[in-house]
Design a protein around this ligand. Structure first.
Ligand code: PNS
Length: 188
C-alpha cells in the first residue's frame, strides 16, 4: 500500500491584523493542500501595529471554530522565508494577489525566493472579489477614524482594533504610523 505524502503550504504574512481576505485565501488553499501553515513574520520589513502575541492571538481566536482546524497550523518565523519553508517540509508558499499594484512586489519576492531556493513553488491565488479592496492597513485606518469595518474582519479583530485605538485616545498617545499602502501588506 503506498503512503501518500502530505502536501503542505506555508501561508506567510504580517497579518497585522488578519482580515476576512486572509481567511478566504486560507479556505481556498485548504482545497489544494492537505495542511497549511500560517507563518507570521516576527520581523516584517515594517513596524507592526499589533505585537506578535496580539497578532497570533487574533489569528488563533479567529480560527478557533474553523471546521478544518486540524489541517491548519499557526506559527511564527524569523529570518528568511525560504529557510523556514525548508524546515517545515512544505512544497509551496501561498500568497494572494489583489490587483496589479500587488504584482511588482510579489514578482520581486517570488523571484528572490526562487533564487534563494529552488524547492518551494510560490502559488498565487487571486483575491476573492469581496476582499479585493481591503488590506490590513486600510482596515486600521478606517477604524482609527471611527469607521465601521464590520464584515471585513473577524469580530474579534474589529473589537481589538477599537479597543487599541480607544486606548491611544484615552492616554492621549500618538497613533502610530500605519504605513504606506504598497504591497507591504497582503490582504489575502
Ligand atoms: O503580509 P506581508 O507583509 O505582505 O508579508 C511579507 C512577508 C512576511 C511574507 C515577507 O516580508 C517575507 O517573506 N519576509 C521574510 C524575510 C525574507 O525572506 N525576505 C526575502 C524575500 S523578499
Amino acid at each position: 500500500m503506498s503512503t501518500k505524502r502530505e502536501k503542505i503550504a506555508v501561508y506567510p504574512g504580517s497579518f497585522d491584523p488578519i482580515t476576512n481576505g486572509h481567511l478566504d485565501l486560507l479556505d481556498r488553499g485548504l482545497k489544494i493542500f492537505d495542511r497549511i501553515i500560517i507563518a507570521l513574520a516576527e520581523n516584517p520589513a515594517k513596524v507592526p501595529f499589533f505585537t506578535t502575541e496580539e497578532r497570533l492571538d487574533l489569528i488563533r481566536t479567529s480560527l478557533a471554530t474553523h471546521p478544518e482546524l486540524s489541517r491548519i497550523q499557526i506559527e511564527t518565523f524569523n529570518g528568511l522565508l525560504v529557510d523556514y519553508v525548508e524546515r517545515t517540509g512544505a512544497v509551496a508558499i501561498l500568497r494572494g494577489l489583489r490587483a496589479v499594484s500587488d504584482f511588482e512586489y510579489e514578482f520581486q519576492m517570488a523571484l528572490m525566493n526562487r533564487k534563494l531556493s529552488r524547492r518551494p513553488e510560490t502559488l498565487y491565488l487571486m483575491t476573492g472579489a469581496n476582499w479585493i479592496y481591503i488590506s490590513s492597513r486600510i482596515i486600521k485606518e478606517v477604524v482609527s477614524k471611527g469607521g465601521c469595518v464590520n464584515g471585513l474582519v473577524p469580530d474579534v479583530v474589529e473589537a481589538k482594533l477599537k479597543e487599541k485605538f480607544q486606548n491611544f485616545r484615552q492616554r492621549q498617545m500618538a497613533i502610530p504610523q500605519l504605513g504606506p499602502d504598497d504591497r507591504e501588506d497582503s490582504a489575502a
